[in-house]
Design a protein around this ligand. Structure first.
Ligand code: NAD
Ligand code: RM4
Length: 253
């Protein structure tokens, strides 16, 4: 029960890594507040699993790209659960597209959701933590793609480098308030975000071959790392990033 007595807020919690994180946090004793957008069926499944574990859960609809969603999420979470101890910025999109003809709308939306949304949400959660006066933990779901490129991801990888950088600056800005700020960098995790991309058997086999552990990751394997960073086991860890990638990043030859 690494998170007993804590409240955890997660964006994009209706499926994938966000859902697995909500469930693992609840299993570790946390109450959870769950942001979602356009996916009522998904958030209801997440809610059902969390409440089955006997934890309190509240869901709040909102597009993270809209600044007003952030204050609404944090206020609703605080009203329902009493406080904000941990905030996980997870919501994200990756519409794979060749660089030279990526439509400007695709670039702008990817930036707005993945980077601007993370900024607004993180700031709102941090303000609440500061006013509570008891510290907290901010965790961004960045990516291995913060560190390496992708030919179909030139609009996406800068957002992942951006949220990693956001956590570094937040670690400096918020350390005096006892608020720790870290990022998790998943490698290639099988979720809906890359289902179509990996439906090409050649691409999937190529990715698997590059991973020293020999397989794609599962959302639950990212959630475990989030729980560690959220917990008091990580009480002296701030400004760090942790790759959860089966060894993909270090595999040159
Ligand atoms: P996913 O598509 O399964 O889940 C994404 C979640 O974000 C969904 O619940 C979706 O509804 C939500 N979302 C999308 N736009 C939103 C918006 N505007 N407002 C609120 N919620 C929104 O994908 P996933 O793999 O679970 O991705 C989660 C995060 O993990 C993303 O930030 C992604 O960049 C990151 N990531 C994923 C991988 C991977 O290989 N799957 C690797 C590295 C990083
Ligand atoms: C990740 C990484 C993965 C990709 C997902 C969508 O950051 O680039 O390889 O499948 O994004």
């Amino acid at each position: 029960m690494l998170l007993e007595g804590k409240t955890v807020l997660i964006t994009g919690a209706s499926r994938g890594i966000g859902r697995a994180t909500a469930i693992e946090c609840a299993r570790q004793g946390a109450d959870v507040a769950l942001n979602w957008f356009k996916d009522r069926a998904g958030i209801e499944e997440t809610l059902a699993e969390v409440t089955r574990m006997g934890r309190r859960a509240v869901e709040v609809e909102g597009d993270v790209a809209r600044p007003e969603s952030a204050e609404r999420f944090v206020s609703a979470a605080s009203a329902a659960l009493g406080r904000v101890d941990v905030f996980v910025s997870n919501a994200g999109i990756c519409p794979f597209h060749a660089f030279l003809d990526t439509p400007i709308e695709v670039f702008e939306r990817t930036m707005a959701v993945n980077l601007h949304g993370a900024y607004y949400m993180t700031q709102a959660a941090a303000r609440r933590m500061k006013s509570q006066g008891t510290g907290g933990a901010l965790i961004a779901i960045s990516s291995i793609s913060a560190l390496v490129g992708g030919g179909m991801q030139a609009h996406y990888t800068p957002t992942k480098a951006g949220v990693h950088s956001l956590m570094q600056s937040c670690a400096v800005a918020l350390g005096p308030y006892g608020i720790r700020c870290n990022s998790v960098m998943p490698g290639t995790i099988a979720t809906d975000i890359n289902r179509e991309d990996l439906s090409d058997p050649a691409k999937r086999a190529y990715m698997e071959k590059r991973i020293p552990l020999g397989r794609l990751g599962a959302p639950e394997e990212v959630a475990g790392c989030v729980v560690f960073l959220a917990s008091d086991l990580a009480r002296y860890v701030t400004g760090a990033s942790v790759l959860v990638d089966g060894g993909l990043f270090v595999n040159l030859q």
